[in-house]
Ligand binder design. Sequence first.
Ligand code: SF4
Ligand code: SF4
Length: 325
Amino acid sequence: MANIRPQDMGKPSEQLCKIENLMPLPAPYDKPGMEPDFSTPKDAWKDTYCTSLDGFVGNETLVRPKTKEEEEAMVKQFLTGLERLFSDETNRNYLQPLMLSFEYCAKCNTCSEACHVFKASGEAEIYRPIFRSEVMRKIAKKHFGGGGLLSKFAGGDIDINFETIFRLGELAYRCNLCRRCAQTCPLGLDNGLLARELRKVFSMEMGIAPKPLHEKGSMLQLKTGSSTGITREAFLDMIEFLEEDIYERTGKQYKIPVDKKGADILLTHNAGEYMAWPENPAAFAIIFEEAGLDWTLSSELLGYDNVNYGLFYDDAQSRKSVLVK
Ligand code: SF4
Ligand code: SF4
């Protein structure tokens, strides 16, 4: 929450919403006493992380280099990655939509009104969908300034240094890639895609990606075959547990179909549902059974876990996740 005044830090969100005209939180946090408190950024964070955006650390893998030489090496890696983004040889699949979104923004800000992060932050400038895109444009203009593909863009009034680059790395994760902005842009431009392409540079060129995505997502998926670590046996156990749970709650005995040959419907859930929200697969089972549908779940890996974390930050990881299935 970048524009919260220091004296208001620690106040319950209900009060802060009134002070800052913030978007109220959804249930259950809309009730008194349920709101998570805001805490002040810690001074010590500055020594380890890049906090110059707003004092907070969202991406804990953006760790400050220890020497000037390391800083310079990181800036160089970022610029090399930027060159690869704009090359047909190294980014063929994304180059066309990237160029469209990069090149044609009319700065009308229609997208800002659609962005829940921008609105929920009390319309803090750093959360405006085009904020990070503009920083990216300025850096690209400055870097490619001498001619070539990007030399026609106006701008470039920015210093390319470690701090600027790392702030951009933090900004790339202050967006959840929902692409609501792209749906409302009159020109069809996609600021979510630009955020995703920036993440790609940090991950693929600099080895920087948040642990929940990379270590606990992609790496776990490559190791166990599943993003949640669920094996086939564990999945089948879970289905049994769901049947028992439904019986205890409703008194009705349902047999949840798994690997039923010739079923009309193959139902695939988000893999995380089985771990975090088993009531959702249970609710589907009850509704489908009561509706008399001919359906099945699948105990094949692709049937119960088709998540690909790489899609959120890294093409190489995305490819590996597809191949492991
Ligand atoms: S993709 Fe990012 S910038 Fe666009 S609306 Fe969603 S959170 Fe906002
Ligand atoms: S709505 Fe589209 S054209 Fe307007 S500022 Fe946003 S990205 Fe640019």
